[in-house]
Design a protein around this ligand. Structure first.
Ligand SMILES: C[S@@+](CC[C@H](N)C(=O)[O-])C[C@H]1O[C@@H](n2cnc3c(N)ncnc32)[C@H](O)[C@@H]1O
Length: 264
């Protein structure tokens, strides 16, 4: 199933209103996960700081380091959640989950949809240690190994794609040639880490390759990148304040992702 929601600021503002209550509950759950796994124990309170000093010699063993590193920013994850709710995809592909932060957001949307499966590809086995079993619950498969080999082994069509992996130009050429053809016409694609700055080339080779590919096909994209499109980010902030959704989970707010609908 798919929707005809506009992947643009008006469409996304409308989704914030439509799924406000579910997003609020999801944020509350993921905030708890973030606090327990992503914030080093020593930073939580004065009491923790004092206790941490006392046990410093045993730092590695007592949780002084964060166990989960979260990368994708709040608004990007919220937009993924909202679009997944609207689109109701059966097959979601994530390349790559790293420690599982974006994975938890995707799985939360599939849980709330009551349908759909996620396959995530990474070189490292970290996400499986962080994704709560009740979220994974029969709807998640983590495939370890180089995505360029592993994705080729599966011919399944894809209804929703998150790309957040190797950010080189070479990797971008690979997935534009080998993964995008498997993504259904009109399906939503999110590519993270494009607009850390207004000039995508300042970050890595992937952004310019993807933007050129989109331009040659006449495909419009949306970004709420702080550097590239601050007015969109401000509009989202305004909407979040009015819906009581403004409290941040993750401190970073660069939101460098782009989103678009695939056109073949
Ligand atoms: C930017 S992180 C993903 C962050 C994650 N989406 C989040 O929200 O926290 C990039 C991940 O890509 C993985 N990666 C890089 N090259 C890869 C490849 N060829 N195949 C599979 N995974 C790869 C890395 O191991 C890393 O975990």
């Amino acid at each position: 199933m798919a929707s005809n929601v506009e992947v643009g600021i008006q469409g996304i503002l409308e989704l914030y209103r439509r799924f406000a209550d579910d997003l609020r509950s999801t944020k509350a759950r993921l905030r708890k996960l973030y606090r327990s796994r992503c914030i080093p124990w020593r930073n939580r309170s004065l009491l923790h700081k004092l206790a941490a000093r006392a046990v410093q010699p045993f730092a590695g063993a007592v949780g002084l380091q964060p166990r989960m590193l979260a990368q994708s920013d709040d608004e990007t994850c919220e937009i993924l959640y909202l679009l997944l709710r609207a689109e109701q995809p059966e097959r979601v592909l994530e390349i790559s989950p790293f420690h599982g932060w974006s994975t938890c957001w995707i799985l939360s949307a599939l849980r709330d949809n009551g349908r759909g499966k996620l396959v995530s590809h990474d070189l490292i086995d970290a996400a499986s240690k962080n994704v709560p079993p009740e979220l994974a619950d029969g709807r998640w498969q983590l495939v370890l190994g180089d995505a360029r080999k592993e994705v080729a082994a599966s011919g399944e069509p894809v209804d929703f794609l998150l790309m957040d992996s190797d950010h080189s130009a070479e990797f971008a050429h690979w997935y534009l040639d080998h993964v995008l053809p498997r993504v259904r016409e009109g399906a939503v694609v999110c590519v993270d880490d494009v607009f850390h700055q207004a000039d995508p080339a300042a970050f890595d080779g992937e952004g310019p390759v993807v933007l050129d590919w989109l331009q040659r096909r006449g495909i419009a994209y949306f970004t709420c990148s702080k550097a590239k499109n601050p007015s969109a980010l401000n509009a989202l902030y305004g909407q979040k304040v009015s819906l009581g959704l403004a409290e941040r989970i993750h401190t970073s707010d660069k939101n460098p992702a782009i989103l678009f609908r695939n056109r073949k």
